[in-house]
Design a protein around this ligand. Structure first.
Ligand code: HEC
Length: 132
């Protein structure tokens, strides 16, 4: 009898602990989401503020081109990588820009940046080939 009581206390406190742990992790998740959420809001604000003024090539690269050009997805020429860019630049910057605007191979037109002007794309390319 005593053992049963002890067991039920143990099981009971374990369950309470489990429930508490669940609550705690929910709280944890909430408190983790909140600051991230506000960072995103701040980022969105900065983005829309930047959209009304000129965006730097680096900004555009970081929003629209980074996904493929940072690691060279599908053989995309990598950021500041001379070996990747030199053969492409031999065609002349106008041709390279033309290809970026219209798409080439697996490179989608404008790198899928719908709200990028021709100058924005050009600035992003200039940023990517800096020092090449
Ligand atoms: C979905 C992936 C992806 C995104 C996003 C992307 N690119 Fe590319 N890009 C590629 C790939 C793949 C190539 C190589 C295409 C080939 O030569 O077959 C490429 C090639 C290029 C080239 C070389 C063109 C040439 O003539 O050789 C330029 C310039 C370029 N991208 C600019 C950009 C810019 C600027 C952005 C952002 C606005 C961007 N890309 C976003 C995948 C991407």
């Amino acid at each position: 009898m005593k053992l049963k009581a002890l067991l039920s206390v143990l099981v009971g406190s374990f369950l309470m602990f489990a429930v508490q742990a669940q609550n705690m992790s929910d709280e944890d998740i909430k408190s983790r989401i909140e600051p991230v959420g506000s960072v995103h809001v701040a980022g969105a604000k900065a983005d829309s503020a930047a959209a009304s003024g000129p965006r730097s090539g680096e900004d555009i690269y970081n929003t629209a081109c980074f996904a493929c050009h940072a690691s060279g997805v599908l053989n995309a020429p990598k950021l500041h990588d001379a070996a990747d860019w030199s053969p492409r630049l031999e065609k002349g910057i106008d041709e390279v820009l033309h290809n970026a605007l219209n798409g080439i191979g697996s490179m989608p037109p404008r790198g899928t940046c719908g709200d990028c002007s021709d100058d924005d794309i050009k600035a992003a390319i200039e940023f990517m080939i800096e020092g090449v």
